[in-house]
Design a protein around this ligand. Structure first.
Ligand code: ZN
Length: 274
């Protein structure tokens, strides 16, 4: 079974209409899943003004899940600067059946007090939190000290890391930006944090996740051996006809059936309680 832990629909490219990129419709997403043997996908709303030119609302993700409830899982996401975020999380988890929070992409520091209100609400409801770290979103410094402080402060919350500013920390020589290439040097923050905190998870989606796991195949072999039980197969599919290298990556991964099944769906099922 294959579960995509990270997909966005909505209308995130409305400024490019009619000739530019298009967000996929629910039907295009389903067609793409069928053609690539993806059984289920988590729909992650985008509700912060910095992230893109449009919003993908939690209500939309819920309504789309309700069309094909056996194929889609709805998350909720709210900007931490809104009032009453804990009440929104409670309603969307308890009444709308949302199984996670994210994708968090707000213009605050990772350990901003407003973000901590969201972490506490997600911890209260036992749902995982999917975030991107980037130079201006949920930002952090070399060594990810702000993320580490939150892993420590909210030990029952599953933090699922993603994005260039997260994955560049796989290497000891972390430039904090972009998609660094070439061999990974020991001493990266991600290995250290995974060893120290059992509430950190790895979202393998997007160019950032694929780049981190393909730039140094020898390192990747050991990294997968050490951390397969914290890896979540995911795509960040959010553009119609997007190329997704993760599909071939999981097929080609040289691991046991048990490990492949855990990365493909088992870890996600455990985290989402499905
Ligand atoms: Zn995303």
């Amino acid at each position: 079974m294959l579960i995509d832990f990270h997909m966005h629909l909505g209308n995130c490219f409305r400024q490019e209409y009619p000739s530019g990129r298009r967000s996929p419709s629910i039907h295009q997403a389903l067609d793409w899943m069928n053609r690539n043997a993806v059984d289920m996908a988590a729909l992650l709303p985008l509700e912060s003004p910095e992230v893109c030119w449009g919003y993908y609302l939690s209500e939309e993700a819920v309504a789309q899940r309700d069309l094909y409830p056996e194929r889609f899982i709805a998350f909720c996401c709210f900007d931490p600067r809104m009032r009453q975020v804990p009440a929104l999380v409670k309603t969307f988890v308890e009444s709308y059946g949302c199984k996670g929070f994210g994708e968090a992409l707000n213009g605050l520091a990772f350990d901003d007090d407003l973000n901590k209100v969201v972490y506490a609400a997600c911890a209260d409801h036992g749902i995982p939190y999917v975030f991107e770290i980037n130079t201006s979103f949920c930002w952090d410094e070399v060594g990810l000290p702000r993320l580490e402080a939150c892993l420590k402060e909210f030990p029952s919350l599953a933090f699922c890391g993603h994005g260039p500013g997260f994955w560049s920390a796989i290497s000891g020589d972390d430039p904090r930006v972009g998609y660094p290439t070439g061999p990974i040097t020991p001493g990266g923050a991600i290995d250290r944090l995974l060893d120290r905190y059992d509430n950190l998870w790895l979202d393998l989606s997007a160019g950032s996740g694929y780049n981190a796991l393909s730039r140094d195949p020898e390192f990747t072999r050991g990294f997968v051996e050490r951390h397969w039980n914290r890896m979540l197969w995911a795509t960040d599919y959010f553009i119609a006809n997007q190329q997704i290298p993760q599909v071939q990556w999981i097929r080609d991964l040289d691991v046991s059936d048990e490990v492949r099944e855990a990365i493909s769906s088992g870890n996600a099922k455990g985290l989402l309680g499905i």
